[in-house]
Design a protein around this ligand. Structure first.
Ligand code: GLC
Length: 421
């Protein structure tokens, strides 16, 4: 059963969490591969993974206060370490057998539910511990074991934790196999020409997940393109697209996994990203990288609280909206809900902004973010201006109430028509 995507779109803003043994190394989530670290030595990190300050309730409170509506946790990244009690983990490389001896996923699920947040699981089918990942045709049995682990672990996740709302694959596209280890160009694995097409049995995987969790929303990073319910632009804002659901996933500071002392983006950068996603009709999944002790770095938590304070005041222009109907561009865009249109401006290039002819009667115009709005209607076109010190604070939002639903407007081109004055 394919899910109804409207409720997922309404949420607009979620928290991504990259956390695992790699936090102890402090070089990001690819530390094992990039440094690189010997497999057995990496395994010994589990003996030091005490996570003494891990408190899933604190994570969920931070997400909620940030105005986020859902969370997605890396239950298992490419290093193979499972954050839950996972009997089918190869070699029992899981949190229950690490120093912490806890099922972090269970605590996380309970905490999300307690705060009324939707629950998402990130899971990477690949596992760098298997030679069959790097050389699937040479180490066929190892590659088969890798696939079996993937099916068995996903079955655990989809069976033992109650209702799960979002499944977030990564690295499950067939061309990821042999990643970075192609010695001969003619055997290189690419999206156009994967070395092992159909490797993950995506159709069967998809069927298993949807039958165990009817209504679950799944991203598009497994098997062929026809699988999955939403697109996943990574590290950039998705293009304006009202026909296919999408979610931009971004780091908060340039790294997914914890790296000490990498400060998060500014409030202005963070909110502009969210506004750019919403006006393009997409969601945004903003990442935090907790420390090895399990806590979200203070500077990331503080910035999230600021984002939440802004959304507490002006969130009506984000939640439950759809992007457009006019296309956004580099300086602003629109969101809409019913008979309301929200104009978002994150860069005032000139003093005034002239909107396209709306083809609707405008009943009321009001700026959410400033008292200094001046507006006028001329020849069916609305012009907006605000005081210079009210621009970009960090996003200017103006609300227009119309006499008809905004999605009935005939919108061609982009959201604004700037007159040079
Ligand atoms: C990339 C990275 C991975 C990260 C993911 C998030 O695929 O390889 O480490 O988890 O992006 O989208």
């Amino acid at each position: 059963m394919k899910p109804d995507m409207e409720a997922w779109r309404d949420m607009r803003f979620g928290m991504f969490i990259h956390w695992g043994l790699y936090a102890l190394v402090g070089h990001g989530e690819w530390a094992m591969y990039n440094d690189p670290i010997d497999v057995d030595e990496y395994r010994r990190l589990a003996d030091r993974f005490t996570a003494e300050k891990f408190d899933a309730a604190a994570w969920a409170r931070i997400a909620k206060a940030a105005g986020m509506k859902y969370m997605v946790l890396t239950t298992r990244h490419h290093d193979g370490f499972a954050l839950w009690d996972s009997p089918s983990s190869y070699g029992r490389f899981d949190a229950m057998h690490a120093a912490a001896k806890r099922d972090f996923v269970r605590e996380y699920v309970d905490a999300c539910r307690a705060e009324g947040l939707k629950v998402g699981f990130y899971y990477s089918p690949i596992d760098w511990r298997f030679p069959g990942f790097f050389f699937p045709r040479m180490y066929g049995k190892s590659a088969d074991d890798l696939r079996r682990q993937c099916f068995d672990q996903i079955r655990e996740l989809m069976t033992n934790y109650g209702k799960i709302d979002v499944f977030w694959f990564d690295g499950g596209e067939d061309y990821w196999l042999c990643h970075g280890r192609n010695l001969h160009n003619d055997t290189a694995s690419t999206p156009e020409n994967p070395q092992c097409p159909g490797f993950w049995h995506a159709e069967e995987l998809d069927g298993m997940i949807r039958s165990l969790q009817p209504g679950i929303v799944i991203n598009n990073r497994y098997g062929a393109r026809e699988y999955g319910d939403f697109l996943t632009p990574e590290g950039y804002v998705g293009a304006f697209n009202t026909s296919e659901p999408w979610e931009t996933n971004v780091t908060f500071n340039g790294s997914w996994g914890y790296i000490p002392d990498w400060p998060p983006y500014s409030l202005r950068e963070s909110l502009t990203l969210l506004s750019r996603c919403a006006t393009g009709d997409g969601n945004m999944l903003l990442n935090v990288g907790p420390k090895p002790d399990g806590t979200i770095p203070e500077d990331q938590a503080e910035r999230l609280a600021e984002i939440g304070a802004w959304l507490g005041k002006y969130g009506e222009c984000i939640y439950g909206t759809r992007g457009g109907p006019w296309k956004n561009d580099g300086s602003g865009g629109m969101t809409r809900r019913g008979k309301t249109l929200y104009v978002h401006v994150w860069e005032w290039k000139r003093n005034r902004i002239r909107l396209p002819a709306l083809g609707a009667r405008v009943l009321n115009v009001r700026a959410l973010t400033t008292d200094s709005l001046q507006w006028k209607e001329e020849g069916g076109q609305i012009t907006l201006a605000v005081d210079a010190d009210a621009r970009n604070m960090p996003v200017t939002v103006v609300r227009l109430d119309l006499d008809r639903p905004a999605d009935e407007l005939r919108a061609d081109g982009i959201w604004q028509d700037v007159r040079a004055d």
